[in-house]
Design a protein around this ligand. Structure first.
Ligand SMILES: C[S@@+](CC[C@H](N)C(=O)[O-])C[C@H]1O[C@@H](n2cnc3c(N)ncnc32)[C@H](O)[C@@H]1O
Length: 259
């Protein structure tokens, strides 16, 4: 059996208390925001990548959309499935690494929220290939001109938060915008060593273009405070609204970007 990705280990153990996090408390407002952006006729298909315990997926299903939630953590997904059952809604749940799934041209929209996989690097993940693979897979899963909304960590805020001392101690790598830390999934459980990648807007424009998507807007996307406002340097998260406009790289070509 292959070793679990470190984020899978973390979220499997964190699942029972995930929805206690304050940043999960704005789901209804966030889904209102998403639907304002996406302009989806009822019944449209929506893919939620890194869906976690399914809070957005289930709320979208309650509003009449045909939703697929995809996540790496079986524990997060089993909580999602139980919550959907309790709400009496159907959501298709898929357990997969977001760098590896293929669901070609199935969706009218996609969301990838609150670092749903994008930038949550496994210990062996390449800092460029991981996000590009996820973007290419999402792009391929969309119908032409379909829109997608992402929230990702803001590189400017991360750069402002760290000092040279953190770089020397290996807590932050300014070349790759990767933060390395040890996080306890629950009180009393051992800490898991994890890597999180932030992004700057210029590279996001390029990464999305490689994946065949045009960025329509970048706004403040900090959990609990989404808004159509200019990006603040200290904003924790960037929201990206994008549209599929072209073919993405083929899965096998992602590695060639490094050649
Ligand atoms: C911070 S949670 C966000 C969950 C949800 N989108 C939300 O807004 O509440 C990140 C989720 O991404 C999932 N995840 C992390 N790495 C992943 C990967 N490579 N592929 C798929 N899911 C992943 C985790 O299991 C976790 O459920």
């Amino acid at each position: 059996m292959p070793a679990k990705n470190t984020w899978e280990r973390f979220f499997d153990a964190h699942a029972p208390i995930y929805e206690d996090n304050v940043f999960t408390k704005n789901t209804i407002h966030e889904v209102d925001f998403l639907l304002d952006e996406l302009h989806l006729p009822p019944g449209s298909s929506v893919l939620d990548v890194g869906c976690g315990t399914g809070r957005h997926a289930i709320e979208l299903a309650k509003r009449g959309y045909a939703v697929t939630g995809l996540d790496l953590s079986s524990e997060m997904l089993s909580r999602a499935a139980a919550a959907a059952k309790a709400e009496n809604v159907h959501v298709e749940w898929i357990r997969s690494n977001a760098t590896q799934f293929t669901l070609p041209e199935r969706y009218d929209a996609a969301v990838c929220l609150c670092e749903g996989a994008f930038g949550l690097l496994g210990q062996r993940d390449d800092t460029i290939d991981q996000p590009i693979s996820i973007l290419c897979n999402i792009s391929r899963s969309l119908k032409p001109q379909a829109k997608a909304v992402f929230t990702v960590l803001n590189g400017a805020a991360m750069l402002r938060r760290y000092q040279n001392e953190d770089v020397a101690q290996g807590r932050f790598d300014p070349l790759t915008l990767v933060e390395s830390s040890e996080v306890r999934p629950q009180e009393g459980l051992p800490a898991v060593a994890v890597r999180e990648r932030a992004f700057v807007p210029t590279e996001l424009l390029l990464l999305f273009r490689i994946a065949g998507m045009s960025v329509l807007n970048m706004w403040g996307g900090t959990a609990g405070n989404w808004g159509r406002r200019a990006l603040d340097l200290d904003e924790m998260e960037i929201m990206i609204v994008a549209c599929k406009t072209a073919e993405s790289l083929a899965a096998g070509d992602v590695g060639k970007l490094r050649a």
